[in-house]
Design a protein around this ligand. Structure first.
Ligand code: FAD
Ligand code: PYC
Length: 416
């Protein structure tokens, strides 16, 4: 039985009417060529590209909550590709290319808005670091430029660049093609398009185990609704990757941290771009609804709680008020957290695992939203062929054995 997008909707609203009768029995009969664990943007994009580019539609995406309810629906949607190392430049720029046409591709307005991402420098160390990124990016043909404090002010008039600030702005790296998109639209756009091609999307269904056959290869997943057979399993469960992979006996080099964000009451258009300051742990943009979208750094301690420590948000708001004195009297509407999984070299893991038929895509840390189309595109290749896509090859799990790490400083666009 195939799921329609309507059944996805009904499950999202808490309904269970479309659930096939056989799946309520103790030994369900469903079996797929591939099961993807996690219906965030990355998992849904993977399913979409498997169907669209590989013709593989006997695929299910299994989600313990509702689609896009993990980090995809909790992130602050900053899109940029100004990473330092060639491996990272390649994958984030691949994604950047796909963002340009994504609304047309999915026939769903993901509201990608290239309004510019400005990363502020506050001291000589920042200047040298950001200039290094600018030069590396320009050598690779990636949009990035160095601007003065005065030019930063002209690009973003509400920004305070006065030299008397505790951490004065001394310049900035500007990626003009960077910007934002609407996060839930990305999940829903990929879900609708994948579903229309025959992919099943099963919500309210937690994966509780990974079953292996006598040879050790993957045979399927145990779930809260019963067993689902699968020749291949792709784990795309950000924040929870370690727990899911442990079900197959694979230990991952990951730590999970809360990362939180806030939005203000809506106001008239005020912020023309995205401004980030790693040094003082704050960044801000304005959503199309008018809310100021503000983000903090990660909590200091590992945790699976989908909230963060209050003092982190307070610290962030103090920093925002320093940079943008005009927002001091705004009220905050909502504050929330997500769980990000972070690798030792702050770069993702995409590809095969020691278990035959088991694949993983994780470790995007605080910065995976921007990668969503590119990540799904290359992981679809890996799941379909069993081989890494050339762009994904450097991001193998094996690098933690060989030592060929990709120590990506620009992944930490927010404080870690
Ligand atoms: P998710 O959207 O988290 O999807 C994983 C899914 O797996 C979840 O829906 C979860 O419920 C499901 N799952 C987990 N365990 C199981 C199980 N056992 N069975 C079934 N399903 C399971 N990135 C940027 O590029 N720009 C930003 O501005 C940005 N801001 C951020 C701000 C915040 C506050 C946070 C928390 C993150 C931010 N990120 C940002 C990071 C970004 O959100 C993530 O890297 C990205 O969304 C990960 O997408 P995903 O599809 O892999 O994960
Ligand atoms: O990677 O640009 C980013 C980012 C911003 C906020 C969280 N991550």
């Amino acid at each position: 039985m195939k799921f329609s997008f309507a059944s996805v909707l009904s499950n999202a609203l808490g309904g269970n009417a479309a659930w096939p009768a056989q799946w309520r029995s103790p030994e369900p009969k469903a079996s797929y060529d591939a099961v993807i664990v996690g219906a965030g943007g990355h998992g849904l994009a993977t399913a979409y590209y498997m169907a669209k580019e590989r013709g593989l539609t006997n695929v299910a995406v299994i989600e313990k909550g509702w689609l896009g309810g993990g980090n995809t629906g909790r992130n602050t949607t900053i899109i940029r590709s100004n990473y330092l190392w060639e491996e990272s430049e390649a994958i984030y720029e691949h994604a950047m290319g796909l963002w340009q046409e994504l609304s047309t591709e999915l026939n769903y307005n993901v509201m990608y808005s290239a309004r510019g991402v400005m990363m502020l420098a506050h001291d000589r160390h920042d200047v040298e670091t950001f200039k290094r990124h600018v030069h590396a990016n320009r050598l690779a043909g990636i949009d990035n430029e160095w601007i003065s404090a005065g030019e930063a002010k002209a690009f973003c008039p509400p920004l305070d660049v006065s030299p008397t600030l505790r951490f004065p702005v001394v310049g900035a790296a500007l990626q003009r093609c960077g910007g934002v998109a609407r996060h839930d639209a990305v999940a829903w756009g990929y879900a609708r398009a994948a579903s229309a091609m025959g992919v099943d999307i099963v919500q309210n269904c937690a994966v509780t185990g990974i079953r292996r056959d006598p040879s050790g290869a993957v045979a399927g997943v145990e779930t809260s609704k019963g067993f689902i057979g699968a020749k291949k399993v792709g784990v795309v469960a950000a924040g929870h990757t370690s727990t899911v992979m442990a079900m197959a006996g694979v230990r991952m080099p990951l730590e999970s941290y809360p990362l939180q964000a806030l939005v203000s009451e809506p106001v008239k258009p005020f912020m023309p771009c995205v401004v980030m300051s790693n040094k003082i742990h704050a960044y801000m943009s304005q959503s199309d609804k008018g809310e100021l979208v503000i983000g903090a750094g990660t909590d200091a301690y590992t945790s699976y709680s989908q909230r963060g420590a209050l003092h982190i948000s307070e610290h962030t708001l103090e920093a925002i008020c320093e940079l943008f004195p005009a927002v001091r009297r705004l009220r905050m509407l909502r504050n929330w957290g997500g769980i990000v999984d972070v690798t030792p070299d702050r770069s993702p893991i995409i590809g095969r695992t020691p278990v035959a038929g088991l694949f993983v895509n994780c470790g995007w840390g605080t910065g995976g939203f921007k990668a969503t189309p590119g990540s799904g595109h290359v992981f679809a290749h890996t799941l379909a062929t069993g081989e890494p896509h050339p762009i994904a090859a450097p991001f193998s799990l094996d690098r933690f054995r060989t030592g060929r790490l990709i120590d990506e400083a620009a992944a930490a666009a927010v404080a870690h």
